[in-house]
Write a protein that binds this ligand. Structure first.
Ligand code: NCD
Length: 304
């Protein structure tokens, strides 16, 4: 297995990488590891983040390493003065052993990787990709369902602007699946590039705007937020209440299926906390926690 130099898009991950990183994440859950002592990770986020930034920072510290970051690179770094991304990356690369980058422009991580002397990890590039989220999603599916193949996976919501579903689709297409079902209104449909990739790789897929009708058939229900910041207000208003998973809809979900969400969830999930806490089908909080161990595994792989 080749060590990843940068992680920009999910297509770079081979089945061997995925299996290795899942096994490492399981190991790292169990105990102490200070292998990255003396190493510094720069967390450079030009867009808001809770889980991704905190889990990367926690992961680096738990591995004995250190983190430098700015709360909001768009506002508090020299970007506001007009410094270009490549200049910022060149400078930060002189201070850190790796850079986790989140940026509003699609392709920004690719650009950063093309000039950076240290590893770049894409933590979300606009509506492009979010490969570490896809890794933790597959890790979660394997832990929850025992494997990540032969499944009927439904992705629900804003599939046009959501980067998590794009990266996840690439990873799921590396194994044989029963079917991928893209549940979205036509104006927020999954991109043609992804659908062409699936067809080319022989993965069965289908798209529909229907939600309730699909629910009883799915093994994984991957809910997403309507990406308000990436569309005009009219499109947002017209779609924000389109899909909701509440207690009633949950009765349609198979007993062994899992409900996932990259979070933050807004109105699309309306399940009372008591049910969220005890119904084993609700996996999104465990999913968020898995992100910590998967990001530890990835940092070890790339920086050791
Ligand atoms: C996602 C993102 O930033 O793309 N959040 C995350 O990293 N868990 C999903 C979202 O913002 O809707």
């Amino acid at each position: 297995m080749k060590r990843l130099r940068h992680l920009v898009e999910a297509q770079q991950l081979t089945p061997e990488h995925i299996t290795y990183l899942c096994a490492q994440a399981d190991e790292l859950r169990k105990g102490h590891n200070e292998t990255l002592a003396g190493k510094i990770l720069a967390a450079v986020f030009y867009e808001p983040s809770t889980r991704t930034r905190f889990s990367f920072e926690s992961a680096m510290k738990r591995l004995g390493g250190d983190v430098i970051s700015t709360e909001n690179a768009a506002e508090f770094s020299s970007a506001i003065k007009g410094e270009t991304l490549p200049d910022s990356i060149r400078i930060i690369a002189g201070y850190a052993h790796a850079i986790v980058l989140r940026h509003k422009e699609e392709g920004s991580s690719q650009l950063a990787a093309s000039i950076s002397p240290v590893p770049i990890i894409n933590a979300g590039d606009g509506r492009g990709q979010h490969p570490t989220q896809a890794l933790l999603d597959v890790y979660t599916i394997r832990r929850e369902l025992g494997s990540s193949h032969g499944l009927r996976v439904g992705m629900v919501g804003d599939l046009k602007h959501g980067r998590t579903v794009r990266s996840l689709t690439y990873l799921l297409s590396k194994e044989p699946q029963e079917e991928l079902v893209f549940i979205a209104p036509p104006e927020l449909a999954m991109g043609n590039d992804i659908k062409a990739h699936l067809t080319e790789h022989g993965t069965t897929w289908r798209e529909t705007p229907e939600f309730e009708r699909e629910l009883p058939k799915l093994d994984v229900i991957y809910m997403t937020r309507i990406q308000k910041e990436r569309m005009d207000p009219k499109t947002y208003e017209g779609n924000k209440d389109r899909y909701r998973l509440g207690s009633d809809e949950l009765t349609l979900v198979k007993p062994k299926a899992r409900v996932m969400h990259p979070l933050p969830k807004i109105d699309e999930i309306q399940i009372p906390i008591e049910i969220e806490q005890k119904d084993p089908r609700i996996a999104y909080f465990r999913q968020a926690e898995n992100g910590l161990y998967m990001r530890m595994a990835l940092l070890l792989h790339m920086l050791q």
